[in-house]
Design a protein around this ligand. Structure first.
Ligand code: NAP
Ligand code: ZN
Length: 349
């Protein structure tokens, strides 16, 4: 089926309208009319080649919300009209140990990303959610609670699960002092989830103006990361840090904030970091860790939790025609806190 999209054709030029073909429905496929798609910083990294040359044209988008239009003959979990989501993965091998454990993002044979991934099963390269439709096997489709605002739920599919998963993995609980570093799409969901888990949440930001906002999102305290005195006052006091900074940076000042034995989890910078002082780990048996999105089962649990507790993202809606401006603003950290594309606007593209 012919599908209108927006795509990047090289590292530097703006995204432009582009038409692709979606595959015909196979037995377990779900055909989704996309309504909304969030804009993740990973879309920018990929389109601009920050993580190596992608397979151009790149149609980004892995925070997808839509309605089921049609299902293949063997689909059992979804029916026409259901409100559904698609996140960062559309396939995995389904027979390795991580897949068996429901953490398909660590599939030993490599998961298939929603965009810019070689599609070993159906051929070609995957194209994401800056598009009118998508076809995905039912095992990688999520149920979106009908009671939450669908457009504000889009970022849950990546920003949501990427922060939920480490907060759960490191067992954040009531009374813990948790720092969320960087107040963007991921960071603002980290604040909301850590708060909902009962933690004492500290927003660690470079921006004083955003610090005030963080309190409205649920942060109990704000720490301005450029202020040496504030860093000193919070030294050795955190039970967990979630670091969403999207670029290389100096992790040392942040590591020094952790208590004995505690962990800082990186989810942002996928690149060499500035040199780290081993003493900061050794002297307090601290851990520096990382985490990649989250599994399908866990993503469904997170969506159900959001339905029960009415948690969604704070979004700024855009038409697809404004996507390049949105990228420029995100690079300047100027977004509150996630751009979401109204896919209706693609009709005019
Ligand atoms: P975003 O909306 O652009 O937010 C990033 C925030 O980091 C900014 O708002 C800013 O917050 C802070 N920041 C930016 N540059 C900084 C610097 N040089 N030093 C200190 N702080 C800085 O990005 P996002 O969509 O949340 O994504 C964050 C990162 O996570 C990206 O690299 C993305 O690719 C990655 N990601 C990873 C996964 C995963 O599975 N691990 C999944 C999705 C995304 P303040 O203004 O508050 O300082
Ligand atoms: Zn993402």
């Amino acid at each position: 089926m012919s599908t209108k999209t927006y795509a990047a054709f090289n590292e530097t030029d703006p995204l432009v309208p582009h038409t692709i073909e979606r595959r015909h429905l196979h037995a377990k496929d779900v055909f989704i009319d996309i309504e909304y798609c969030g804009v993740c910083h990973s879309d920018i990294h990929t389109a601009k080649g920050d993580w190596g040359k992608p397979s151009y044209p790149v149609v980004p988008g892995h925070e997808i919300i839509g309605r089921v239009r049609e299902v293949g003959p063997e689909v059992t979990k979804y029916k026409v009209g259901d409100l559904v989501g698609v996140g960062c993965m559309v396939e995995s091998c389904q027979h390795c140990s991580p897949c068996d454990d429901g953490i398909e993002q660590y599939c030993e044979n490599g998961f298939t990303g929603t965009y810019n991934s070689k599609n070993s099963k159906y051929g070609g390269v995957t194209y994401g959610g800056y598009a009118e439709h998508i076809v995905v096997e039912e095992d990688f489709v999520l149920t979106v609670p009908e009671n939450i605002d669908a457009k504000a739920a889009a970022p849950l599919l990546c920003a949501g699960i990427t922060t939920w998963s480490p907060l759960r993995h490191w067992n954040v609980k009531s009374g813990d002092k948790v720092g969320i570093i960087g107040l963007g799409g991921l960071g603002h969901m980290g604040v909301k989830f850590a708060k909902a888990m009962g933690a004492h949440v500290v927003m660690i930001t470079t921006s004083e103006a955003k610090g005030e906002d963080a309190k409205k999102l649920g942060a109990d305290e704000v720490l301005i990361s450029k202020d040496v005195e504030q860093l000193k006052a919070h030294a050795n006091s955190f039970d967990f840090l979630l670091n969403t900074i999207p670029v290389k940076h100096d992790v040392n000042p942040y590591l020094n904030l952790l208590k004995l034995d505690k962990t800082m989890c990186m989810v942002g910078a996928v690149e060499p970091l500035d040199p780290m002082h081993g003493g900061l780990l050794i002297m307090k048996r601290r851990n520096l860790a990382g985490s990649l999105i989250g599994g399908i089962k866990e993503t469904q649990e997170m969506l159900d939790f959001c339905g029960e507790h009415n948690i969604v993202s704070d979004v700024e809606m855009i038409d697809i025609q404004n996507i390049n401006e949105a990228y420029e603003r995100m690079i300047k950290s100027d977004v509150k806190y996630r751009f979401v594309i109204d896919i209706k606007s693609l009709k005019n593209a």
